[in-house]
Design a protein around this ligand. Structure first.
Ligand SMILES: NC(=O)C1=CN([C@@H]2O[C@H](COP(=O)(O)OP(=O)(O)OC[C@H]3O[C@@H](n4cnc5c(N)ncnc54)[C@H](OP(=O)(O)O)[C@@H]3O)[C@@H](O)[C@H]2O)[C@@H](O)CC1
Ligand SMILES: Nc1ncnc2c1ncn2[C@@H]1O[C@H](COP(=O)(O)OP(=O)(O)O)[C@@H](O)[C@H]1O
Ligand SMILES: [K+]
Length: 505
């Protein structure tokens, strides 16, 4: 699903006005009416309602909402104009609304008056600032936003976007409305789906405001939401008359003396996801435990400190493979030469995770190839890029877009909401998954899932997008019957077939 930026919305507005000869006030009317209609499902008509109106078209939408709430039978509507000026269409809607008898309109002069109205309201409709927020929120808007956020016993509904939140880009340090519901127009905006911004959005509703399909189709966003339908199309097709060769041969390479679990989890996930043949390559010390973990994989022993002989011993397997997942639980001691030689010689798609990323961070980034998938969490991303972790978590989409282009590979920036970016910097935002995944080993499962999908024929980007979604979905399905605390990464791996079924059937 397309996610819009402010520029995308401005593009739509221009197309509608100039190519389709539609005055802008028509869209404002559609918007206000659709929002008011949605609101009737969210509170009773008897509620005491306060509509806060700002200077731009978001404020104009609020004035239309107030009128349609009155038309729908709401009786206690108070409108507080929080600015000395209104937009052109906002002014027209003000002139219409003031002819209505059953509404009380105040133009805010002191905060005291606004406070009194706000304090006695059961529903607060926030139409102070929309996607046009372009500077620090200070002064009267900041004070009103603080008041809204202090009032805990009212339902706060934001029109289009919580006031103060930007549609895209880094976390703002200024006051932002914390909404219970956000009713957005036509497309979700990028930041609405991604933590930390997502926290202020509440429940997200998207309403239709009558944008013609031909205009919607012309919108070229730089980010998309990953949906089940999209993933269904990306999944490699399986045939009834298939054989194991059709689903590829993959390698999981990693592990260390005290870290056999990571490769076990990646291997389990790869097999549960349907890989044709799996080879696991690990240090000799953990070969037996990995071999005994499941009968489906073929295990090979290496010694990281002897890179030449280790690579010679596994040369045949490496050559025969279709893709490799590398780095889980590998450690970073005495294996940098092995790692470097391996990645320089391996030409097939590579999924680099965990310590593989830490080893990679010490190398020039020119070694990265366009058929690679990197799967860092913010700390690993910080090592790869030199950015502070806080800069990454406050602006994950832009950071991921920038570095996927710079590294020229598929980048999966993991977190409570994971961003996947193509080598061209197009972002795909995943919203499946839950806090049951906040456990050591969850990322190893994801790596195995992505490996398996590449081996079955998906492109590295398609495998990353669908892998992240299915991994999260598997944990969501488990959450339906269990508490998140006890859901294990291995449970998530074992549940993958159910997750695939829920998408494909
Ligand atoms: N196709 C659609 O989706 C449609 C969308 N529509 C609606 O339009 C909304 C976008 O409208 P918009 O462009 O007028 O922007 P919006 O946010 O209301 O206000 C900008 C104003 O606020 C000001 N301002 C900015 N930052 C500020 C700050 N920190 N503190 C104080 N002031 C600040 C800025 O002032 P200036 O830059 O002049 O200083 C300007 O005057 C959109 O969210 C949706 O609700 C529909 O009506 C129709 C179809
Ligand atoms: N609260 C959460 N909601 C959704 N997904 C989460 C959450 N916490 C963690 N995850 C997911 O779990 C995985 C954790 O990966 P990672 O930190 O690399 O774990 P490990 O290295 O221990 O295997 C990532 O895919 C991440 O997106
Ligand atoms: K708003």
């Amino acid at each position: 699903m397309k996610l819009a930026s402010s520029e995308n919305i401005r593009f739509i507005d221009k197309e509608i006005e100039y190519k389709h000869n539609t005055p802008s006030i028509v869209l404002m009317e559609n918007a206000g009416r659709s929002i008011a209609e949605k609101m009737t499902q969210l509170f009773s008509k008897q509620s005491k309602i306060c509509v806060l109106v700002g200077s731009g078209n978001n404020g104009g939408d609020g004035l239309v909402v107030a009128r349609h709430l009155l038309n729908n039978g709401c009786q206690k509507v108070h409108v507080v104009i929080c600015s000395t000026s209104l937009s052109k269409d906002g002014q027209t809607n003000y002139d219409i609304l003031k002819t209505y008898r059953d509404v009380e309109i105040y133009t805010i002069k002191t905060l005291e008056k606004a406070k009194k109205i706000l304090w006695s309201s059961e529903v607060i409709i926030d139409s102070l600032l929309g996607i046009g927020v372009n500077k620090e929120v200070t002064g009267i808007y900041a004070e009103i936003i603080d008041l809204i956020n202090q009032k805990k016993d009212a339902k706060v509904i934001s029109v289009d976007i919580p006031s103060g939140l930007k549609a895209c880009g880094s976390l703002s340090k200024w006051p932002t409305v914390k909404a219970d519901h956000t009713i957005t127009l036509e497309f979700p905006k990028e930041n609405m789906l991604i933590y930390p911004h997502k926290k202020v959005v509440g429940k997200l509703h998207v309403v239709d405001i009558g944008i013609p399909k031909m205009v919607r189709d012309r919108v070229r966003p730089s980010s998309y939401q990953v949906t089940a339908n999209f993933v269904k199309k990306l999944l490699p097709k399986h045939r009834e008359d298939s054989h194991k060769g059709d689903y590829g041969t993959g390698i999981v390479l990693g592990g260390n003396t005290n870290m056999a679990g990571a490769v076990k989890l990646s291997s389990l996930a790869a097999v549960r996801m349907g890989i044709g043949v799996l080879h696991t390559i690990v240090p000799n010390e953990i070969k037996n435990t990995v071999q005994n973990y499941m009968p489906e994989n073929i295990t090979w022993a290496i010694d990281y400190s002897k890179s030449r002989s280790s690579l010679n011993d596994t040369a045949k397997v490496l050559t025969k493979s279709d893709a490799m997942a590398l780095g889980m639980g590998m450690g970073t001691k005495s294996n940098d030469q092995f790692f470097e030689k391996l990645i320089l010689s391996y030409k097939k798609p590579l999924v680099v995770d965990g310590d593989g990323l830490n080893l990679l961070s010490k190398l020039p980034k020119g070694v990265i190839k366009s058929n690679w998938v990197l799967t860092p969490h913010p700390k690993e991303m910080s090592r790869l890029t030199g950015l502070e972790v806080s800069d990454i978590v406050e602006n994950p989409v832009e950071v991921c877009k920038h570095y996927s282009k710079q590294f020229n590979c598929t980048l999966v920036l993991k977190g409570a909401s994971t961003v996947i970016c193509s080598p061209k910097g197009i972002a795909f935002i995943n919203t499946s998954g839950n806090k049951s995944l906040s456990k050591g080993g969850s990322g190893d499962v994801l790596t195995g899932v992505i490996l398996s999908l590449i081996c079955a024929g998906a492109t590295p980007l398609a495998a990353a997008i669908s892998g992240v979604y299915i991994h999260g979905l598997s944990s969501d399905l488990l959450l339906e019957s269990q508490n998140y605390r006890g859901i294990l990464p291995s449970d998530v791996a074992n549940h993958l077939p159910k997750a695939i079924n829920s998408i494909t059937q």
